[in-house]
Design a protein around this ligand. Structure first.
Ligand SMILES: [Zn+2]
Length: 155
């Protein structure tokens, strides 16, 4: 399945991605922020949930959830997950370091109320047990409200 956004062209294997997430375990972490993600994620915007479903991703079973910042009303999260398929093209900007090594500036775009970028650099993939190859990673940022009672660890 070909997916075109304004900055990426992706070839997504929906069946393989869907199969992986159907069989995967729910995301688990003991920290208060991740527990809040689990408690609040069903309240993600409809558009966000629909886009994740188009790709075959289950937002309860992603590879990593990381808190970016929080106040008393909401938390912003940086989320990582794997998708079966490959990136056909992107608009990543190639740059060079002073010693002439190549690196790419990540291209973030707003899709379905998320800040998203895709990459296929295996050196920085988050662990995703037995994810089928070929695959690439999606990073997305979302806001969720506080759902947990306990906020004393909030900082
Ligand atoms: Zn955590």
């Amino acid at each position: 399945m070909r997916i075109k956004t304004s900055k990426y062209i992706l070839e997504v294997d929906y069946e393989k991605t869907k199969e992986y997430y159907t069989n995967a375990q729910q995301y688990e972490c003991e920290c208060i922020y991740c527990k809040n993600y689990i408690a609040a994620a069903s309240g993600l915007p409809k558009e966000t949930k629909e886009f994740l479903e188009i790709l075959g991703i289950d937002y309860m079973k992603i590879a990593l959830v990381s808190k970016l910042y929080a106040d008393e009303n909401k938390v912003s999260y940086d989320c990582y997950c794997r998708i079966a398929g490959w990136i056909m093209s992107n608009h990543a900007v190639e740059k060079r370091t002073q010693d002439n090594r190549v690196y790419y500036v990540r291209v973030v775009e707003e899709i379905a109320e998320m800040g998203i970028f895709f990459h296929d650099d295996r050196n920085i993939f988050y662990d995703c047990h037995d994810f089928p190859d070929p695959c690439f990673e999606m990073n997305f940022k979302v806001f969720l409200p506080w759902k947990l009672e306990k906020r004393e660890e909030l900082q």
